[in-house]
Design a protein around this ligand. Structure first.
Ligand SMILES: [Mn+2]
Length: 399
């Protein structure tokens, strides 16, 4: 089996890419076909590409220049980096998040990528999954950078997906898309960046899905009023990684009542921060609730709140305890373990996650063992697996 899997994967990618004219613009063979033994030594022996060698994309997926000369290449799920960290309140450094997370993801396909608890291999699910590199983001002008992120995300999200939606697994009926325009759009997984990037990402999501439910894992609320978080000395300073959900709510991007925070444990300016959070449309799960209701109880709360609504998933790496993920902008003790967050994410199977992100990974504060970037990559492996198992559609008559 171990011998066959890599060849199957290589064939799948090969077939998926068909005869598009971008073929000769793809980078080195070992990036396109991460398992395929392509190098033959002088005696004709085959040497498999090693997971620690080569140019690092997320999980060694094919690199497609989605925003520039390969903008016509369709895909089903794309990873894209948003290296922005100029709206952080404490430790900067998340601009290196995308490259750090990619480095932490190198080993994801070492054994083939089969997710045992979810019983799926997202890399062999038939979906075309690519790494689009990073959105160009200026570190000199936040307003301009936020626009760049929105435009870059829209450029990916607003195209049509590579694969058809397929049929409902129970009834066999054809699925129809959840989008406003009735088209089948791809899913985008963004590698942050500080959490401010979610404001332009939600603007992009809004252009395809309208008001969206949000699942937000974070030790912090991020719905703070600008006067409370940062003091808002200027209009631009008022948009930062503690206020972006306040603005998203003000702009009508968030579906009230079916959005929820998980892993909250921040201190507050006062109880009124929770009133403001209520007004921003969120329910809350405190980090400490895991001691009483466990991961099952947390999954249940999330599913009851969000239901079958299309949902955007935003994961701050600081939802995980700094013992497991120290390399982040504003660490808070008393968080969930990496294992607990991964279990909770697997519990989202079947939910309509339209796109996702992981943010606030600042590799400079990591241990030599790369704990945080590895945790971020493994968390995304769960998200990718859930996406691979759940088509982004509904049965027409339930519309
Ligand atoms: Mn946070």
């Amino acid at each position: 089996m171990k011998v066959i899997l890599p060849l199957v994967f290589a064939f799948t990618l090969c077939a998926a890419h068909g005869d598009h004219d971008h073929e000769d613009q793809m980078p080195l063979e070992y990036v396109r076909f991460p398992f395929e033994p392509i190098y033959r030594g002088r005696n004709g022996e085959v040497t498999a590409d090693a997971i620690f060698s080569g140019i690092t994309t997320f999980a060694k997926l094919p690199w497609v220049q989605c925003l520039t000369r390969e903008s016509n290449v369709p895909f089903d799920i794309a990873f894209i980096g948003a290296p922005f960290d100029t709206a952080t309140s404490y430790r900067p450094g998340a601009r290196f998040g995308p490259s750090g997370i990619r480095a932490g993801s190198r080993r994801l396909t070492l054994y083939g990528g089969y997710n045992v608890p979810l019983q799926v291999n997202p890399f062999q699910s038939g979906l075309r999954i690519v790494d689009c590199g990073d959105i160009p983001v200026t570190p000199y002008d936040n307003k301009y950078a936020i626009q760049q992120i929105e435009d870059g995300h829209k450029a990916l999200l607003q195209r049509e997906a590579f694969s058809p939606l397929g049929h409902d697994s129970i009834t066999g009926e054809a699925l129809v898309p959840l989008s406003l325009d009735g088209k089948n759009h791809p899913r985008v997984i963004t590698l942050g960046g500080d959490h401010t990037i979610v404001l332009p990402l939600l603007r992009s999501i809004n252009s395809v899905y309208g008001k969206i439910s949000v699942i937000h894992f974070d030790s912090h609320l991020d719905t703070w009023k600008p006067a409370v978080f940062g003091g808002a000395p200027s209009d631009q300073a008022a948009i930062n990684h503690g206020t972006y959900f306040y603005w998203a709510s003000q702009e009508g991007l968030i579906k009230n009542g079916s959005s929820i925070h998980g892993a909250i444990r921040t201190t507050l300016s006062g109880p009124e921060d929770y009133e403001n959070d209520d007004n921003s449309g969120f329910q809350r799960i405190e980090a400490r609730e895991i001691d009483t209701i466990g991961t099952d109880g947390i999954i249940k709360k999330i599913r009851q709140t969000v239901g079958n609504n299309p949902v955007y998933l935003s994961i701050d790496i600081d939802s995980i305890d700094p013992a497991f993920a120290p390399a982040t902008g504003t660490p808070e003790t008393g968080g969930w373990s990496t294992r607990e967050l991964r279990t909770i994410l697997r519990g989202l199977e079947g939910m309509h996650i339209v796109s996702a992100d992981i943010v606030e990974v600042a590799p400079a504060y990591d241990t030599n063992a790369e704990l945080t970037t590895m945790a971020a990559a493994d968390v995304l492996f769960e998200v990718l697996s859930v996406m691979a198992k759940t088509p982004l559609g509904k049965v027409a008559k339930s519309a």
